[in-house]
Design a protein around this ligand. Structure first.
Ligand code: PNS
Length: 163
């Protein structure tokens, strides 16, 4: 039984993340998408909102579970019984950070391996930061995020405009 964790901020989940989720859940028996509740950062969406969007987007994938986490990723991976951490690599610019993170995690918990999937070419430019910016200026989100997420972004931006 191979259980993996795919961790991230997912603020919000994009088609790039979804692509990694789809491909990894075919490789492992169970995929746990770990949503970081980082108290030091000010995300656009609360951790509960990010979990809910991911649950909606992955509702037809029976071996995918969405869980929030805080603290160290390796502690979360051990707590849920995962042997592998999955990360997506979009471009060489991601590599330095990802290498450092995987090596740090390996020092902390050598029993938890990191596995990289290269992001599909059609999503290699895509990031949650870009998506938030397009949403802030009222741009068309249909190529970047599933419709349910686009709807939540529109609602969030409308609320922000009103305050
Ligand atoms: O989607 P992101 O923001 O690139 O994801 C980064 C994430 C959540 C994988 C990373 O920040 C993380 O694992 N945070 C938990 C804290 C931790 O374990 N740090 C030590 C490893 S560098």
């Amino acid at each position: 039984m191979l259980r993996a964790v795919y961790p991230g901020s997912f603020d919000p989940v994009t088609y790039g993340h979804y692509d990694i989720i789809l491909r990894s859940c075919k490789i492992v028996d169970e995929l746990i998408v770990g949503v970081l509740n980082n108290k030091a950062k000010m995300p656009l969406f609360s951790v509960e909102e990010r979990v809910k969007m991911l649950e909606e987007v992955t509702k037809d994938l029976p071996n995918v579970r969405i869980l929030p986490f805080d603290g160290l990723l390796v502690d979360f991976a051990k707590r849920v019984g995962a042997d592998v951490v999955i990360r997506g690599l979009r471009a060489i610019t991601d590599f330095e950070y990802e290498l450092q993170m995987s090596q740090t995690n390996h020092k902390l918990a050598p029993e938890v391996e990191t596995m990289f999937l290269t992001t599909s070419i059609e999503y290699s430019y895509l990031s949650s930061t870009t998506v938030r910016e397009i949403a802030a200026f009222g741009g068309d989100l249909s190529q970047f995020v599933p419709e349910a997420v686009a709807e939540e972004l529109r609602k969030k931006m409308n609320t922000k405009r009103r305050v």
